[in-house]
Design a protein around this ligand. Structure first.
Ligand code: GLV
Length: 342
């Protein structure tokens, strides 16, 4: 039987590609690039599985007429680039990379919070530009403390909980809002208290956004929400672009109705709203919250494990570890199922 074929849409760790190549024929891209729907359709047309990045959309149009593809693994926990119902209708298993990145993203949320509150990026820019030529005023570069303040978390899934647990070391009071309250033992472990969204916005000194991007969450933080926040507050977004109205945020930062913000994600990235680029009280990074050596490797390995398992190969054959629509697997025909998409 000829080897199954897997397309990898972006350069990946060589050892992970080698692991894939032990089982399948690998067609791996060697340069990063953004692909149109037509290009995606062509790339997916003659493969059994694929590993894609967050900027690659998989929807009904891309899958139309494809009878071979069985699995697409996303290199990320968020999967708003997938049209899940369309993938399910096409009998294509979708997988993501939950859990392996929780702690690294939580670390990075804290890095951003500290950087924005204590003006680290702006101070470094100033220093590198050669402005530190004499003794500074004692009241220059004043920032906002974290210790003893109130931290708010909007979206209290596993990453939000990891962020909350770290607040203990800063002696912070933690409030959160989520559609559903966490069970009591989890709230106790996180030392976090559930409040309504508007109360959260009004009370917090630092707000971290960790909610998934859905149509309902688009501009969950826009002008009306920003107006509720304290002028001394700091906003951190490690979730998704589009959850914040970037234009409204830029206005609030410019008018000093919000002290500072730190953003790892943007509406329409890789483009960044030009007004944000012009602001010294905005810390900006290129969607790298999960980008530690260990975590990106773990994500790549998990994506590879998902693809191989869905194709009935490797030590997890038939049992992809993190499927998003496992119901499609019951529609593949039986043990042969992993060989033959019905
Ligand atoms: C990163 O944004 C992810 O969803 O993993």
């Amino acid at each position: 039987m000829s080897k199954k074929k897997v397309w990898v849409s972006r350069p990946l760790f060589p050892d992970v590609l080698a692991h894939l190549a032990d089982h399948v024929e690998v067609a791996a891209e060697t340069v990063e690039g953004t692909r149109s729907a037509d290009q995606m359709r062509a790339k997916l047309a003659d493969v059994d599985g694929a590993i894609v990045g967050l900027s690659e959309r998989v929807d009904a149009g891309v899958l139309a007429g494809n009878t071979r593809l069985k699995v697409v693994a996303n290199l990320g926990v968020g999967f708003n680039n997938f049209d899940l119902p369309a993938m399910t209708a096409a009998g294509v298993l979708a997988t993501n990379t939950p859990d392996v990145l929780n702690e690294s993203v939580a670390d990075y949320a804290w890095a951003l919070m500290l950087a924005a509150a204590r003006r680290v990026s702006a101070a470094e820019r100033w220093l590198r530009a050669g402005h530190w030529t004499s003794t500074m005023r004692f009241d220059d570069w004043l920032g906002v403390d974290l210790h003893g303040k109130t931290l708010g978390i909007l979206g209290m899934g596993r990453i939000g909980q990891a962020i909350a647990r770290r607040a203990c070391g800063f002696d912070m009071h933690v409030l959160y809002h989520n559609r559903s309250r966490l069970p009591d033992p989890v709230e106790r472990e996180c030392r976090a208290q559930w409040v309504e969204k508007h109360e959260l916005l009004r009370r917090v000194d630092h707000l971290v956004l960790v909610l998934p991007f859905t149509a309902a969450n688009r501009h969950a933080i826009g002008a009306p929400e920003l107006a509720l926040m304290k002028p001394s507050a700091v906003l951190v977004n490690v979730a998704r672009g589009g959850i914040v109205d970037d234009a409204a945020l830029a206005r609030a930062l410019r008018d000093k109705t919000l002290a500072a913000a730190a953003l790892d994600v943007f509406e329409g990235e890789p483009a960044v709203h030009p007004d944000l680029l012009a602001l010294d009280n905005a810390v900006l990074s290129p969607h790298i919250a999960s980008a530690s050596e260990d975590t990106r490797r773990a994500m790549a390995r998990l994506a590879a494990d998902n693809v191989l398992a869905a194709l009935g190969l490797g030590k997890l054959a038939g049992q992809p570890p993190t499927p998003l629509n496992p119901e499609v697997m019951s529609r593949w025909s039986g043990a042969a199922s992993v060989d033959n998409k019905a």
